[in-house]
Structures are given as C-alpha cells and as structure tokens.
Design a protein around this ligand. Sequence first.
Ligand SMILES: Cc1cc2nc3c(=O)[nH]c(=O)nc-3n(C[C@H](O)[C@H](O)[C@H](O)COP(=O)(O)OP(=O)(O)OC[C@H]3O[C@@H](n4cnc5c(N)ncnc54)[C@H](O)[C@@H]3O)c2cc1C
Length: 500
Amino acid sequence: MNEPRTPVLVVGAGLAGCVLALELAHHGVRSVVLERSARPPRHPELNLVTGRGMELLRRLGLADAVRAEGADPDSPAAVVWSRALGETPVLVTPVPSVNELRRRYAGRTDGAAPVEPYVVLTGAGLTGRLRDAVRENALIDLREGWTFTGLRLEPDRTVATVLDAATRVRHELDAGFLAGCDGAQSTVRRCLGVPLEDAITPSRHCTLTFRSDGLRHPYPELSTIIANGMTLTRRPGDLWTGHLALDCDDADLTDPAVLLWQRFGIRAAEIVGVTPWQEALGVAGTYRRGTAFLVGESAHRFHPPSATVDTCLADAVDLGWKLAAAVTRWGGPHLLGSYEGERRRQAMREREKLSRTLAARHHFGRLAASGATAAQLASVLRQEAPGFDPAGLADAGPRLPAVRLSGGEMLFDLLGPQFTLVDLTPGRDGRSLAAAAVARGIPVAHLPIDDAPLRSEWRSRLVLVRPDHVVAWRSPERPSDWDAVLDVVTGHQREVHVFT
Ligand SMILES: Cc1cc2nc3c(=O)[nH]c(=O)nc-3n(C[C@H](O)[C@H](O)[C@H](O)COP(=O)(O)OP(=O)(O)OC[C@H]3O[C@@H](n4cnc5c(N)ncnc54)[C@H](O)[C@@H]3O)c2cc1C
C-alpha cells in the first residue's frame, strides 16, 4: 500500500526519534514517526540529562515536563570509589543537588553555567514524557505498532518498507529524508550496510534493578558506588540499580538474586528488572547514505553509558534543524553534510572519554586486588578518572554564553526558533541585515539588546546564533559582505562557522 511522500520519516520513537520529530515540528516541518512497540517503554534504569541537555529540551518547551519526572531536586549525591561494599571509601566526590546548582548558576554572570541544572530520571519516564509530547503535536504522525523492515535508496528520496502489526499489512512509505533513530541494534543501519566500528572487544554485562532492605550505605540517594567491579546506585525507597560484568558462569542469568548474593553478598528482596547489554564503544563508519541518516544510538553505541542521553539528544537537535532547512529549501547542500562532521566528531570525543573511564576502572580494580593502599588508589583515580560534569558544557562547542540580562530575562529565552541575530550596535545595524536574510528566504530573527553590562563584556556587537545556541558568526561591526556570511552559515558554501 503506497502513501503520499512524507518530508521526513523517523524510524523509532525512543529519545532520539521523539526529539528529532519535535525539533522538526519546532521549525514547522511535518514527519511520520514509526515505532514498533505498541506499548510505552518500561526501562527502569536511570538516565542523567545534563544541564546542556536540559537547555536543548527547554528550547522545545519540554524542560518542565521532563523535570516533573525527575528525582528529588534537594537530594545531593556522590560518586564513591571503594575496594568493596561496606569498606571505608578510597575517594568520595560530592555532586551538588539540583536546587543547590540552581542557586549557584543564578549567581554566575559570565554565561558559562547552563540555564538549567541536570535531572536524573528513569529511561521510561524520559521517553514517556517525550512520546506524550509527540502524540500531542499536530505536525507529527506517530504510528505505534509499525515496524520498519527495509529500504530502497533513490537519488532524491528513500522508500521504506514497513509492517503494521495491527492489520498485518505491509506498506511502502516514500520519504524525502529518512532518519534511523532505532537504537543500538538499528535495522536502518544494517539496511544501509554501515559498520559499527568498535574500539573494544564487546563483553557481556547486565543492569539489575532490585529491592533490598538490608543493603545500606551512608551516602545520599542517587549516589553511585563503584566497588568490586559493580557500579551501584541507590534510588528512592529501597530500590537499587547495579551495572555489572557477567562471567562465563553467569551465562544464562536465570537467577539474578543468586548472582547478587554469590558475587557481592547482597540479599535482594525482589528483582525488578534485568537488562543485559554488551560493553561496547562503537561509532558508525558514516552517519549518512544519500537521503538516509543515523541518529542517537543507531550511530554510536556506548555501554557502559555515561552522557549518552545528551549525545543522542544533541544529534537529534542538530539533524532536526538542518533537515528542516533542507525541507523548507533555505539550507544549502553543505548544511546537511555538516551533520556527520559535527556529530561524529563529538561521538569520537565521547568515546575517548569513556575509554579513559574504563581504563581507570580496570586499573583501580587491579591495584585494589594487589593490595595497594587507599592513598595510592586515590592518587590513581585523581589522575586517571575523568571528572563528572553535571553541566555538560565541556564539549558543547562555540555555544552562546547563557547570560541573564539586566532586566532578569535569560538571553536564551529570547532567541527565535531559527537563526537569531543578536544586535548590540547603537544604530541597530542588525535590522537591515536580518531583513536582507529574510529577503533571501533565510529565517533570521532580529534581537536588539540594550544591555550596558553585556555591551561592556562582549567585543562582538553582532552575533548570529544557530537554532541550537551555537554561534555561527560574530563581529564587532557590520560585515563587508553579508551575502558571503549567509552563504556559509546556510551551507551554500562549505564551512558552517564563520568568525570575524
Ligand atoms: C541499562 C542502561 C542504562 C543506561 N543509563 C544511562 C545513563 O545513566 N545516562 C545516559 O546518558 N544514558 C544511559 N543509557 C543510555 C540511554 O538510555 C540511551 O542512550 C538512549 O535511550 C538512546 O536513545 P535512542 O533513541 O537512540 O535509542 P532507544 O532509546 O533504544 O530507542 C530506539 C527506539 O526505536 C524502536 N525501534 C527499534 N527498531 C525498530 C524498527 N525496526 N521499527 C520501528 N521502531 C523500531 C525501539 O522500539 C525504540 O523505541 C542507558 C541505557 C541502558 C540500556
């Protein structure tokens, strides 16, 4: 059965698929989203969305809904390294509570802190909220119970084969663009013949969510304890989550409660969830073939996960606004081309960081087993284990400083959905520049700012900001050739960032 062509077909309504569809809708572009599972996700594992991730969701009006699913904002946490559960820790790194960070961020005037603090919530809570927003959006056609099974790439479109589980009818969907947001085992990636290049030999792990009333530690809820080869997180109530490596003896995972007792001496009153996973640090060889793209975990599979949610989220936002620019025809060919350059580079950086984390954990385990002193172990961790960054800004790229204006408003909240030209010139030079862009069909909002402190701090008087808060171009004065600037930032000429 054939349907009229859809501008963008999104495969998978997980985190990446939902955010991509919502980003497209934010720019007025319709999409069809296929989700093979007819039921909402049940993942009980915890996900952390950093401050930067929350900034991206705030643009889409989703920050409050996501935060409503979050853990207690007054609860601080800690990362605790210990030789064994119950032993005096070797190193404790405190993590401030969400509300404490909110207070600290409010006191910053340099724009270097994120607009929102981090949030910790279950994978099901996060995806559930995003899927609700997708369902309510008139520009998104969500089809639950529809499974993508294959595709045919043509020069200017992708034709997807899809099975509707309710009717058992197979459909052919014709799409201007297709985005594979179908997770770590991506069928889209397989159909495109794209290899996942792994940096390590995958090994079997699992995540156990369980209740235990006998297990105690003196740290606040949501603290993470790394001990005996297990990463254990205490959750509200007597719920716990443990990530652990599986031996050959644990092959069938038939009795996780016995595994917890025999390996770690933990008595579980109830096993709530078991998620097997392969330790892997894989990045797709390419993120694009013709009009089909890979997004989120289909493009990079990082287990144990760290800031994976943020990486998936930023992939979806990046591709979303660039696809919207292509569909509405103001984006040039190099703009879509820049998706792979920007996001694959970020995935490689993330992989590098995770490799260092894994190496530090293995080193710690070996030294602890060989009887190293607590001081020696702490020194190794300080040197080798990458720090935890709840702001998520270390790799955020040339992001606009998130300043609060003298009137109290956040600059980020004044930006338009597309490009915004922030104008600090006394003569409002940006007005005619924005008008010239609009006359070329490029959506640029003009944002005059009359803010003395900002003017004294910023050398640039004109700052062109992309939809994802990244500075595309900035200058102390009017450019001599504005058309050339527009050609570059819209991808009609190569290179996406221009600084003068
Ligand atoms: C145990 C565990 C713990 C984690 N902890 C953290 C953490 O602490 N911090 C963090 O940042 N990240 C964490 N993550 C990772 C995080 O959950 C993922 O990064 C994120 O969910 C990936 O989003 P995604 O949309 O790319 O893929 P997914 O969430 O996997 O979504 C893919 C969607 O595609 C659908 N789909 C698949 N195939 C098809 C098909 N053929 N047709 C139609 N639909 C299809 C699936 O049903 C699913 O809904 C964890 C993951 C796991 C498994």
